[in-house]
Design a protein around this ligand. Structure first.
Ligand code: KG4
Ligand code: ZN
Length: 339
């Protein structure tokens, strides 16, 4: 009888749970999105996010167990993403996980949310993907990892300002596109020219494995309105929106692809896992695929539903379960990214 693990995910604005077994089979997965709640503010409001997690965590856990046809007493362990993320959001998941672990007298496992994003690639591939370089591009992070094994990740670099997904969301807002901006901007870009505007690609020619997207965001702003003047009020002319969207997306793609290839070269690795919400972008994915083919790199990208936040990526906990890596009940949240 395989051991069953309940995984919880509340790092940002999705309340999610999944049941996985120790052979990495997914028995059920539920994601309660808070997208509508935050859309009216054009971004995630941390206080609203944590309150919504409090309301949703119990029903989401119930539904996840029901869909798997399980009773809580059949679980062998509880896993939770305890870092990085919004403090108030993380606290809800960690408190719920601890309560379940105590009530059911089963072990508690903590995972890193960004490493979970990369592990979604392992689940999607259905076979080993380690060692590899992991590139996570999401609304909160843009990070490059050396992934030696599922238990051995080293951070190689990351954004020094905005995250890639955050820059999509902010540029989309300037263009009058709906929140979250990534999918809407990708759609607009289909009708535009990627060479209409020449936007900056920060650090691309430098050795460092870091990203910076705030200059790109400012360049878009100045393309829309000269310095010192107000942004035009939407709706903007459709061709302008499409051309800026396509040119902006091309700049983000060049930075992500350029740095991923640099990391692969430096680490002498031949496999790349591209994960996180921005990895749901098909245009960037196709360009990355071409670059990887040219360089003899095997590319792993989870399907869109496993790129954005979910609890299936918490299956990383299975690796910790097998290794007996459990947490005590004073296990805490870590909102910031550990270097
Ligand atoms: O991984 P995720 O669901 O949550 C975080 O951990 O942040 O990522 C959400 C981010 C948002 O910024 C969203 O705009 C972006 O991923 N995103 C996309 C696309 N789909 C989602 N960005 C670009 N193209 C997309 N198709
Ligand atoms: Zn995420």
């Amino acid at each position: 009888m395989p051991a069953l693990i309940l995984t919880l995910e509340t790092t940002c604005d999705e309340t999610a749970a999944a049941v996985v077994d120790d052979e990495l089979r997914i028995l059920s997965s539920v994601v309660a999105s808070q997208e509508k709640l935050h859309a009216q503010y054009g971004g995630v409001v941390p206080e609203l996010a944590s309150r919504a997690h409090v309301e949703r965590i119990y029903p989401v856990v119930q539904e996840t167990l029901e869909r798997a046809g399980l009773r809580a007493s059949q679980l062998a362990a509880i896993a939770v993403a305890n870092r990085p993320g919004l403090a108030g959001s993380l606290l809800v998941g960690v408190a719920a996980a601890k309560a379940l672990a105590v009530a059911l007298r089963i072990p508690l496992i903590a995972i890193n949310h960004l490493q979970g994003h990369i592990y979604a690639g392992r689940i999607a591939a259905g076979r080993e993907i380690f060692p590899c370089v992991g590139l996570v591009a999401s609304g909160g992070h843009t990070s490059l990892y050396r992934c030696r094994s599922p238990l051995d990740f080293t951070l190689l670099g990351g954004t020094i300002d905005d995250a890639a997904g955050e820059s999509f969301d902010k540029v989309a807002a300037m263009l009058g596109l709906p929140y979250p901006g990534g999918p809407a901007l990708e759609l607009a870009a289909h009708g535009g020219s990627a060479t209409a505007y020449k936007f900056p690609r920060s650090f691309l020619k430098e050795e460092r494995l870091d990203f910076s997207f705030s200059g790109l965001k400012t360049a878009v702003r100045y393309a829309l309105a000269p310095q010192g003047s107000q942004l035009p009020k939407p709706p903007l002319p459709e061709q302008l929106v499409n051309d800026i969207a396509a040119s902006f997306q091309a700049a983000v793609a060049d930075c992500l692809i350029g740095k991923a290839l640099q990391a692969l070269r430096r680490e002498r690795l031949k496999r790349l896992c591209f994960a996180g919400g921005v990895a749901a972008n098909k245009t960037i994915g196709a360009q990355l695929n071409t670059a990887c083919e040219q360089h003899g790199i095997e590319l792993v990208v989870p399907p869109p539903a496993l790129c954005t936040d979910n609890a299936v990526m918490g299956a990383l906990a299975v690796e910790r379960y097998r290794a007996g890596l459990f947490e005590s009940l004073d296990c805490d949240i870590v909102p910031g990214l550990e270097r």
